[in-house]
Design a binder for this molecule. Structure first.
Ligand SMILES: C[S@@+](CC[C@H](N)C(=O)[O-])C[C@H]1O[C@@H](n2cnc3c(N)ncnc32)[C@H](O)[C@@H]1O
Length: 414
């Protein structure tokens, strides 16, 4: 069912499975363009980049595919009502008018996530409460009973978005956030979000590197501080064309919708699963960490994903570890001193810079994410790119260092 605004009114219609509708994919700061590229590659139309989101059009198959395949999306939302409301009563009245019984069973469950901005609705929780009241009051009046709230696995996870007096209601087709890939068997103290890890790899050019690697210009991947291995697993999944949610199981919000079509879902999944291993990736993927326990967790994650034959792990200080021979992309997430305490973070970043210059050399393309802007200066190399990104609540920069011949030779000549 699609419910759309038509001259201020809320109307409903039931689309055919191939009918196209608007969707919104949510993402993180600076990942909008890479997500737009991913969506275009999956067949999305009228793709438009927004702030931390991408709007696009497609049918139900694309909704299933985007959920299964997008590495840099946090959620795929389907807008279904849009109207204006200037106060609580208008919000209640407009929500009440929606024919909720068309999508939601009276014995079904729902929950509402809300965000508000502007001066009309200043409390998002209160706006969500009004919306919930209108839905349950409509059911009570018509059926004498009402659907329940389930904040864990509801049939419909609704998203209420209010900007000034403009209200949009969307269905979250993903359910749990898409960063929950389902492959984590163990984590270190500060694992990076999977969507962020995939986004950083894409910003660093790993997608192109994989393609080149299959054309004999072999490019390797190395994370010298790999922790529980998120970068390594995302890199290896990309190299093997393993869909982003391959390990997630049947855990998508759309599967609990009334209009869920199991046959269409199975066919989309089978199409994407057939692509696994379709690229002849010849490079090596290496990880290293100083903490033996964390490396054991990384091994467990790799074994679970069956990617343990694709990734080589080392235990030790990054300063002692050479990267793989030949052209290598290095993307790493060192401690920032927030969750992992380091005695002297500035000295550690200085060591990192020295290692880049002396051990890595011109065959390596180095990228690093950090939130410590002071320690960053101690790397002693000028980044050629500084991309603002967000790691949880931390404002970070993703830095690119281009290395040149000379410094490595100079070190070994000493
Ligand atoms: C922020 S965590 C990396 C988390 C990782 N991206 C993940 O998703 O699990 C930083 C890692 O750097 C490692 N580390 C700290 N100092 C190191 C050193 N000198 N050499 C190698 N690894 C080091 C820590 O053990 C920790 O696992």
């Amino acid at each position: 069912m699609i419910i759309q605004k038509e001259r201020g009114k809320v109307v409903t219609s039931t689309p055919s499975p191939r009918e196209k509708f608007k969707m919104v994919a949510k993402t993180m700061v600076s990942l909008e363009e890479v997500l737009a590229d991913e969506l275009r590659a999956l067949g999305a139309e009228n793709v438009e980049v927004l702030t931390r989101a991408v709007e696009f059009e497609g049918d139900m198959r694309l909704l299933y595919r985007a959920n299964y395949c997008c590495r840099t999306a946090l959620a795929i939302l389907k807008p279904f009502a849009e109207f204006e409301a200037n106060n609580d009563q208008e919000l209640y009245d407009q929500v009440y008018k929606i024919r909720w019984e068309k999508m939601l069973d009276v014995d079904g469950t729902f929950m509402i996530d809300s965000t508000t901005s502007g001066e009309v609705f200043t409390h998002s929780y209160y706006a969500a409460l009004k919306t919930k009241d209108a839905i349950v009051d409509r059911f009570r009046r018509n059926f004498g009973k009402r659907p329940s709230i389930d904040t864990d696995q509801p049939n419909y996870k609704l998203n209420l978005h209010i900007r000034d007096n403009h209200v949009t209601l969307l269905m979250n087709s993903s359910g749990d956030s898409l960063h929950k890939r389902g492959y984590r068997q163990g984590v270190g103290v500060a694992p990076i979000n999977e969507v962020l890890a995939a986004g950083l790899l894409k910003l660093a050019g790993w997608t192109q590197a994989i393609k080149q690697s299959s054309n004999q210009a072999i490019i390797n991947f190395y994370d010298p501080m790999c922790g529980s291995g998120t970068m390594l697993i995302e890199a290896a999944m990309m190299a093997n064309c393993i869909p982003a949610q391959y390990y997630r199981g049947n855990n998508f919000g759309f599967m609990r919708w009334k209009e869920f079509n199991l046959g269409e879902w199975k066919s989309v999944k089978a199409e994407e699963d057939r692509k696994i291993g379709s690229i002849d990736f010849e490079g090596e993927i290496w990880g290293n960490d100083i903490d033996e326990q964390v490396i054991q967790q990384c091994e467990r994650n790799l074994e679970y994903t069956k990617l343990h034959h694709d990734v080589m792990l080392h235990i030790g200080d990054f300063v002692d570890q050479e990267p793989p021979e030949g052209r290598t992309l290095i993307v790493t997430n060192p401690p920032y001193g927030e969750r992992i305490k380091v005695e002297d973070l500035n000295a550690m970043y200085e060591k990192l810079g020295d290692t880049f210059k002396q051990k890595y050399g011109k065959d390596c393309d180095v990228w690093l994410i950090t939130s410590d802007f002071e320690a960053m200066k101690h790397i002693g190399l000028h980044p050629s790119k500084k991309i603002p990104v967000q790691n949880g609540s931390l404002d970070c920069r993703f830095l690119h260092f281009e290395l040149y011949e000379g410094s490595k030779k100079a070190k070994y000549a000493e």
